[in-house]
Design a protein around this ligand. Structure first.
Ligand SMILES: [Zn+2]
Length: 158
């Protein structure tokens, strides 16, 4: 089990050497996690679980609802990566996130995962210098996130 500091260092180094949009599958792979599509109903977004057969070198695999829009899949993958980085000790047999990113874990734990997912997808180091004169829609395209996710990041609530 890699400790939190090692994981955050891997994550920050990865992000620091890239341009947006951040490749979240590449980040997962670097952390030793494999990512798969799954044929789920609309009520389920993603899952992270220990998986001896399908897991990467960390032992974990992420599954994401294959028919979700790309921006949503990217957020889901970032959210599940965040569970691995921050909450590996809580994952147990697996964490199943519904469409609202509720899983049975405490709501503050889900909030932490959403916050780190936003940090992965929309790092302030790239976002801040770009904000001036751009709309949330422009920035959402640059970072390949939903306009809604960018509005939340920017503190704009429609
Ligand atoms: Zn979650």
């Amino acid at each position: 089990m890699a400790d939190l500091r090692d994981k955050l260092e891997t994550l920050n180094t990865y992000i620091g050497f890239r341009e947006p949009p951040i490749d979240v599958v590449g980040l997962a792979n670097l952390l030793g996690i494999k990512v798969y599509d799954a044929p789920w109903p609309e009520s389920v977004s993603g899952k992270i679980q220990k998986d001896e057969r399908k897991g990467g070198s960390s032992g974990f695999a992420i599954f994401v609802r294959e028919s979700d829009p790309e921006t949503r899949k990217r957020f889901t993958i970032a959210h599940e990566i965040a569970h691995y980085v921050l909450h590996e000790h809580l994952i147990g047999d697996g964490v199943f996130d519904d469409a609202m990113y509720r899983s049975g874990l405490a709501s503050n734990v889900e909030r932490q995962a959403n916050n780190l997912a936003a940090d992965i997808l929309m790092p302030w180091s790239y976002l801040t210098p770009m904000i001036n004169g751009k709309t949330a829609k422009d920035l959402a395209e640059t970072f390949n996130v939903s306009e809604q996710a960018m509005q939340v990041r920017l503190g704009i609530f429609a």
